[in-house]
Design a protein. Structure first.
Length: 343
């Protein structure tokens, strides 16, 4: 894979007013969501659910790439077609989550570091052979008194940069995801301050490791007040704070920015993304990168509840997937309206 080919894939992932579908929940996370929705937690149920998502009619109109989990990339549709082939036929680039999860960070009670660097070169090689063309690694940064620590930020930034360099060596576009969590009572300003610190540390580490910014995607959190904060800022205030934070920290060379949803309500995530793109498209905007989505819950959650593990509900659940994906596509053009939810 040449440098130019990698850059082309990164650009395709954020082009044409499309975004990413994250469907890479690990088995424990997927099972937790299934249990909450009253769905059996079996390999077959996970396979059937992923088949539902990726065979949604019209998915490729809104979705440029889908992030899979290790179990999923090896699975097949009921008719025997591999999932990688199903996505490719739908015009969707297959991607793969390659981190092995956030584990307790030694010496830093309450904080996490994402593991998975050992043996990663060989795993990336295998995923490339299976057809993956991009990858994802998520770091988790929690907010609390005295948190995040410098140690937590530095360890996670270093791991993200090592992962990204290995991906580019293997011919995979890295999606670099440092997630500052929404949990807590903090105000928006505190999230902005921490997100800025984290992004500066991440780009410093990426530079140190020689990562080609043109061939990577940043997957950040939006700048938000904590879920438990009594003052919830408006859609416009969130959009302003997020864009300002990114302008201060993300080099213009980065191919694109694809937000995670992080547990926001689906409609709110679309509205906030829309407000950011309205700013980006306005005359005085300076944001140099496409601002797209890489949502899991904010696309899937309504569909999961409708499906409920029953074959008879597949078509209705797919309509819900398509609806959320198309609302988010509209948001990339600044054309999302609350009325679309009740059309
Ligand atoms: P959410 O959109 O549900 O936050 O998931 C995105 C993701 O990929 C988490 O790693």
């Amino acid at each position: 894979m040449s440098e130019q080919e990698l850059i082309d894939i990164a650009r395709r992932l954020v082009a044409d007013g499309k975004g990413l579908l994250a469907m890479d929940e690990s088995n424990p996370t997927c099972n937790k969501r299934f249990a909450k929705a009253g769905i059996p937690q079996t390999e077959e149920a996970r396979r059937a659910y992923r088949e539902l998502l990726m065979t949604t009619p019209g998915l490729g109109e809104c979705i440029s790439g889908a992030i899979l989990y290790d179990e999923t990339i090896r699975q097949h549709k009921g008719d025997g077609t591999s999932f990688v082939q199903v996505l490719t036929d739908a015009g969707v680039i297959p991607g793969i989550k390659v981190d092995l999860g956030a584990k307790n960070l030694a010496g830093h009670p309450g904080e996490k570091v994402t593991e998975g660097l050992d043996g990663l070169r060989a795993r990336l090689h295998d995923y490339f052979q299976m057809g993956a063309r991009f990858a994802k690694w998520r770091a988790v940064i929690g907010l609390d008194d005295g948190m995040p620590s410098r140690g937590c930020i530095a360890a996670n930034a270093q791991a993200l940069a090592r992962y990204a360099a290995l991906c580019q060596e293997a011919g995979l576009v890295p999606v670099v995801e440092p997630e500052v969590l929404m949990d807590g009572n903090h105000v928006l300003e505190r999230c902005r301050e921490v997100t800025e610190d984290v992004l500066l540390a991440v780009f410093d580490a990426l530079r140190t490791q020689g990562v080609m910014l043109e061939a990577m995607i940043l997957k950040p959190n939006m700048v938000l007040p904590g879920l438990g904060c009594p003052h919830q800022d408006s859609v416009d205030e969130v959009a302003d704070a997020t864009v300002r934070c990114l302008l201060r920290t993300v080099p213009a060379a980065v191919a694109g920015i694809a937000f995670l949803s992080g547990g926001q309500a689906s409609e709110l995530a679309s509205a906030r993304l829309n407000a950011m793109n309205l700013r980006r498209n306005s005359q005085d905007a300076r944001a140099p990168w496409p601002l797209v989505f890489s949502f899991a819950r904010a696309i899937q959650q309504p569909a999961l509840e409708i499906w409920h593990g029953e074959a008879a509900h597949v078509a209705a659940a797919q309509q819900a997937v398509y609806h959320r994906a198309s609302c988010n596509r509209a948001a990339l053009h600044g054309e999302y309206r609350a009325a679309m939810e009740h059309a």
